[in-house]
Design a protein around this ligand. Sequence first.
Ligand code: MTE
Length: 327
Amino acid sequence: MNKWQQQGFEHPVPSDITPQTVYRARRALLGAAGAGALAAMLPQARALEVAPQGRLPRLAAERNAEYSTSEKRTPYDDVTTYNNFYEFGTSKSAPARNSGSLRTRPWSVVVEGEVQRPRTFSIEELLRLAPMQERIYRHRCVEGWSMVIPWIGYPLSALLERVQPTSAARFVEFITLHDPAQMPGQNSSILQWPYLEGLRIDEAMHPLTLLSFGLYGEVLPNQDGAPLRMVIPWKYGFKGGKSIVRIRLVRKQPLTSWMRAAPNWYGFYSNVNPEVSPQDWSQAYERRIGQGSFGGLFTPRIPTRLFNGYGEQVAYLYKGMNLVKDF
Ligand code: MTE
């Protein structure tokens, strides 16, 4: 067992290990009969000390039907126990186990950079800044699994409009809390901290781009990015930074945490694209978590769609771009 496997690391950084080892580990994880995938599905993997639905404060929201899929929702237990949140460990179950140390009150978010009105917003202000909507989005991870999640939030554009971006604002950076005392995973150097993600300004202003505060009718559990996170449904899940404390409008394309860790695998755009697999594994199919017989053991493998099925709404953003080069 190498260092990577000992840590239960499922989101490999190529500089850490030889490509062939990565490839084999990936195959094991992603293949329908892969031990990693099976272990993650077994009932005991879910028997965690996690607040069940109904234990967190409710967050009222009106369903936005226009932006919601009618596909079967992934059960709450799966959405809250099968996570990536490296600040709390690198295995899927670690965030649910370890994120109890995160204090989400008081909390504030600085919005700054190329804006006319830079400001710090308290979480209370953010919660009432715009009407809360429920949106059922498909959620596709670059690792090859997917979910359908009823998020609660409002378009990020509602917040950005408040600070009035200048004409020089071309990109937006999203920065997660950096506090190893609350986030024990930050004592490891597996990623550069704080976690940083970014969007182009037109992507950030797109009506599908959600600033999310909750899911399944309640506030976000810590492991899902409390008290607020980004959700960009046509991009791989890692673009959605969690537990955000700073939003910065900038002139230059940011160097995100995953691009820094593995630039050959994780491009800036990271639009879900079954035809482009810069990683050592294919993005053509996905496993829908929480579906399938025997407690999810035989999870269906379904074809992945371009832009995660949101092409009609977002394809215009990339007109004239070469999505193989700009992956
Ligand atoms: N945000 C922070 N701060 N740290 C992380 O490790 N992981 C990303 C993203 N946001 C991550 C993060 C990855 S790899 C994915 S796939 C999604 O969160 C997963 O979100 P979920 O656990 O809510 O499904």
